[in-house]
Design a binder for this molecule. Structure first.
Ligand code: SAH
Length: 234
């Protein structure tokens, strides 16, 4: 069964965009995932096809109307997770990506303007997902990031099945540094251990480097890992 991506957007022509290339593009051609874009504006009913209105209580910008977005969501035939890309959402993690990749797909609402009316978030049980602590102009780029992360995990998409195992976050750590030929570049060499052929030593070196890097750059990941372990052992 393919992963079904239902994208609700005011800019359907943006899709598949970058996802029509490389790994995701080939997977799309093979049918490993199926893309259905739904134009939110097609659900507008007034003569100007308006999808937004001014914020209740005043202030700058516009808000996506709940009636129009609600109809757009209701018109999609899909039974699975319903996401709203949103800077207020839970930060997207590799475990969430993995959970989505194992499911039937996702309905993804791409916000625009100041965002969407709270009643449609509540009334349609939209799960808010953020791609980081910064503000994008719209949810489309966030949806690309989420889909790119999910698609590479779908069965058959990554040629080398083991190449995901060591990846940053999969182990709870950032990944060790990589090297390839030439052996010397601008006076810089490859660490001896990597060319020595001792696989146990290489593995040990990679783990140590991963730990060092994580300690220096993302100590919060180590804390999180420790907390998870504590909970498991309870
Ligand atoms: N006024 C809102 C931001 C709106 S940005 C606020 O301050 O929270 C417009 C749209 O872009 C949002 O509705 C959302 O769909 C998308 N967006 C912006 N930043 C995002 C992020 N970090 N992660 C996911 N979606 C984001």
């Amino acid at each position: 069964m393919s992963f079904n991506a239902h994208i609700l957007t005011l800019y359907p022509a943006m899709f598949p965009g970058p996802l029509s290339h490389a790994l995701a593009g080939r997977a799309l051609e093979r049918g490993d995932w199926v893309l259905k874009t739904h134009d939110i504006r097609a659900s507008a009913t007034d003569k100007h096809a308006s999808v937004d209105d001014t914020p209740s209580g005043g202030g700058a910008g516009m808000v996506l109307r709940p009636d129009v977005l609600g109809w757009a969501i209701d018109a999609v035939e899909f039974d699975g997770p319903r996401l709203l890309m949103s800077p207020r959402g839970a930060p997207l993690t590799q475990s969430k990506v993995r959970e989505l990749a194992e499911g039937p797909g996702a309905l993804i609402v791409c916000g625009r303007f100041e965002g969407v009316d709270q009643r449609v978030i509540d009334g349609r049980d939209l799960e808010e997902v953020s791609v980081g602590d910064y503000i994008l102009a719209g949810g489309e780029m966030a949806a690309f990031a989420l889909l790119d992360a999910v698609i590479r995990l779908l069965p058959g998409v990554m040629g080398n099945r083991t190449s995901g195992d060591h990846e940053s976050f999969e182990t709870g750590l950032l990944e060790h540094p990589h090297y390839t030929r030439p052996a010397k570049w601008e006076g810089r060499t490859i660490p001896d251990v990597l060319t020595g052929g001792n696989h146990a030593a290489i593995e040990r070196w990679r783990q140590e480097e991963a730990l060092k890097l994580t300690r220096a750059r993302r100590p919060d990941l180590l804390e999180r890992e420790k907390l998870d372990k504590d909970v498991d052992s309870d």
